[in-house]
Ligand binder design. Structure first.
Ligand SMILES: CSC[C@H]1O[C@H](OP(=O)(O)O)[C@H](O)[C@@H]1O
Ligand SMILES: Nc1ncnc2[nH]cnc12
Length: 293
């Protein structure tokens, strides 16, 4: 059994959480550079928590410049076992209305200007992301959302776009009608892929803020409106997060879906052919498999 440590990555409009005992903003250094910000650590209901504002306090990082690798490495390095991503998202479905939450279960990755893997020349690895969300963590998020009185939809495909501009009308219609995407945002990729490489359970809560640009009865996306919707739901988001520790418990058994063993057979590079410098950088993310005799 391992001690549960829950990480929350806060998206646009969510730059801190309240109510942690022994709260402390800590600086974490990683071989992949600095994370988006310091990380707020503490405990909630006796369970260790770590909160990282994805864009940094003051919203410094664009979706492209978020240091995704440093963020995931830092959370792994701190001993986190579970990562819950909270994101402002547009909706492609009438029934997924602004103010609703969607527990995402699939992604379409359309990002193209980001580092997407911890691995590379000198240490090659291929993990499966066929099922990128941990169902156990998704269950906890769904229950927490319902208990918090949030209208929640279980399951939805999140289209990750590069941004920072919002989609054109043609793109919005294509994602919705031809590609079957349900929600859209700019940040869950490569975050989810990197969490899998780091053997962390990952779940994503899309807080719906708008109907992107496809909806005939709604205008174009507007950041002011997005933030106003988010602020209106901030209490529900905080309430949801505060319910997670009790649902996940102090001790966690191995993930029944194998998230915490994703690297077991993933590294292809022969031990004698591995680049020692890259192996050293992978100490937190892949030390479990790379340091084995
Ligand atoms: C505030 S509008 C666009 C911005 O909001 C979302 O951020 P996050 O996913 O971190 O909540 C979206 O992905 C864009 O980065
Ligand atoms: N419509 C949208 N497109 C991309 N990212 C978003 N974040 C919130 N709404 C969004």
């Amino acid at each position: 059994m391992t001690a549960t440590k829950i990480a929350v990555i806060g998206g646009s409009g969510l730059y801190q959480i309240d109510g942690l005992a022994d709260a402390d903003w800590v600086t974490v250094e990683t071989p992949w550079g600095a994370p988006s910000d310091q990380i707020l650590t503490g405990t909630l209901d006796g369970i260790q928590m770590a909160f990282l504002p994805r864009h940094g306090r003051g919203h410094v990082h664009s979706p492209t410049s978020v240091p995704y690798r440093a963020n995931i490495d830092a959370l792994k390095r701190l001993g986190c076992t579970d990562v819950i991503s909270v994101s402002a998202s547009g909706s492609f479905r009438e029934e997924m209305a602004p103010g609703d939450f969607v527990i995402v279960d699939q992604f379409i990755d359309r990002t193209f200007a980001r580092e997407k893997s911890f691995f590379g020349t000198g240490c090659v690895a291929h993990v499966s992301v066929a099922h990128p969300i941990c169902p156990r963590l998704g269950d906890a998020c769904e229950t927490a959302a319902k208990d918090a009185g949030v209208k929640v939809h279980r399951g939805g495909t999140y289209l990750a776009m590069e941004g920072p501009q919002f989609s054109t009308l043609a793109e919005s219609k294509m994602y919705r009608e031809s590609w079957g995407a349900d929600v859209i945002g700019m940040t869950n990729m490569p975050e989810a892929k990197l969490a899998r490489e780091a053997e962390l359970c990952y779940a994503s809560i899309a807080m719906i803020t708008d109907y992107d640009s496809w909806h005939p009865d709604h205008g174009e996306v507007d950041v002011a409106q997005i933030i106003a919707t988010l602020m209106g739901n901030a209490d529900k988001g905080r309430d949801l997060v505060s319910r997670l520790p009790k649902l996940l418990g102090t001790e966690r058994a191995p993930c029944p879906h194998g998230c915490d063993r994703a690297l077991e057979y993933a590294v292809l590079t022969a031990p004698e052919a591995r680049d020692p410098a890259l192996v050293a950088k992978l100490d937190a993310v892949a030390g479990r498999v790379l340091s084995a005799p």
